[in-house]
Design a binder for this molecule. Structure first.
Ligand code: A2P
Length: 337
């Protein structure tokens, strides 16, 4: 049956969804989140990965489904959610679009392309409907930060954002988790994605440096401007810490006005996807497997009535990746439900 839905593509039922990178950390989370959010749709899932995964199976709604190497051909699907890195996205996303699918891509390949919407459903849902076949999922640290910044920007204006991140090793994929676990056991992992030891250490480099800033920091600077449609200045320092799941961010925002703390709470508490703690704080352990961002330790500087600080945490594999991608799909098929 063909249904007329939001966006230009009429979507068939049952939905056919390809997961590219289905054997990866985020790919597996995507399957989990799809099960939780789309079980009523009973979608047909086509898990794709590299030839290394030939013969492997993934589970979806109690069924075992064989993983197919993507080299074997592009299936006809309604949606393809990619989480297999930029090279795979650049090679294969356009082929899915040619066949009429909408691609939701987790990599950075298309994020800054002016023809590709960069979407956080609680922040700029309207952008999703402007797609020309590809929609990008933003960087994980950027997603949780903009959920916190958006209501402040709308209500009070923002001049500058200072942010230091404390990012979990799972942000570097399965190899990140293996590296931490092997080092903890006293070993060395040859394929570590980190530039130095991560166990009992913190590393102020995520990606490569250019002009003094790391790739991750450039992503936060550029993607924030695109999502918020604002020239807000972002001063990031991104840091890898020996935590498995959950990114934390110490954020200080220089507002354009000086509201009271109670006005700030009122505005933040209305933001969809954001949970505000007036007392105490949340840690990565508290947000594991949660789909929302938590802001705590919200306070004004005693030295500057426009300088608002907070501690913002989220599950990087869920809200920072899988959940955000599935929410985009939900938007396109008619509401976040
Ligand atoms: P595979 O398991 O076959 O290597 P992670 O970020 O956790 O390391 O996961 C990366 C995901 O991207 C995995 O599912 C991986 O599949 C997939 N992937 C990596 N390279 C390719 C490729 N060239 N073609 C298809 N899938 C790929």
């Amino acid at each position: 049956m063909a249904l007329g839905v939001a966006g230009s593509n009429p979507v068939r039922r049952p939905l056919k969804i390809a997961i590219v990178g289905a054997t990866g950390l985020v790919g597996r989370k995507i399957l989990e989140v799809l099960e939780e959010r789309l079980w009523k749709e009973n979608p047909e899932i086509i898990p794709l990965a590299s030839k290394r995964s030939e013969g492997k199976f993934v589970e979806f709604l109690g069924k075992k489904i064989e993983v197919i190497p993507i080299e074997y051909g592009i299936p006809n699907v309604d949606f393809a959610i990619f989480s297999a890195g930029s090279d795979v996205a650049r090679t294969y996303a356009p082929l899915f679009v040619e066949k009429g699918a909408v691609v939701i891509d987790n990599s950075s390949a298309f994020r800054l392309d002016p023809n590709v919407p960069l979407v956080v459903p609680e922040v700029n849902p309207e952008e999703a409907f402007k797609h020309r076949g590809i929609i990008s999922n933003p960087n994980c640290s950027t997603i949780q930060m903009v959920v916190f910044l958006k209501p402040l920007l709308s209500a009070f204006g923002i001049e500058e954002v200072f942010v230091a991140t404390y990012q979990a090793v799972s942000g570097a994929g399965m190899r990140g988790i293996i590296a931490l676990n092997e080092e903890e056991k006293g070993g060395i992992f040859d394929e570590t994605p980190f530039p130095t030891r991560i166990y009992r250490n913190v590393i102020p480099q995520i990606g490569e440096f250019s002009e003094g800033y790391s790739t991750e920091e450039w992503k936060m600077i550029r993607e924030t401007k695109k999502i918020l449609k604002s020239d807000v200045k972002v001063y990031p320092t991104t840091v890898r810490v020996p935590v498995e799941i959950g990114h934390s961010e110490a954020i200080t925002v220089i507002l354009r006005s000086s509201p009271s703390l109670s006005d700030v709470y009122d505005v933040l508490e209305k933001q969809e996807g954001l949970k505000v703690l007036r007392d105490g704080f949340a840690t990565p352990v508290d947000v594991e497997d949660k789909d929302f961002v938590v802001a705590s330790r919200i306070r004004f500087s005693p030295e500057n009535p426009r300088a608002l600080s907070a501690w913002v945490v989220a599950d990087n594999l869920r809200k920072g990746a899988a959940t955000n991608a599935v929410q985009i799909l939900q938007l396109l098929i008619g509401g976040l439900g």
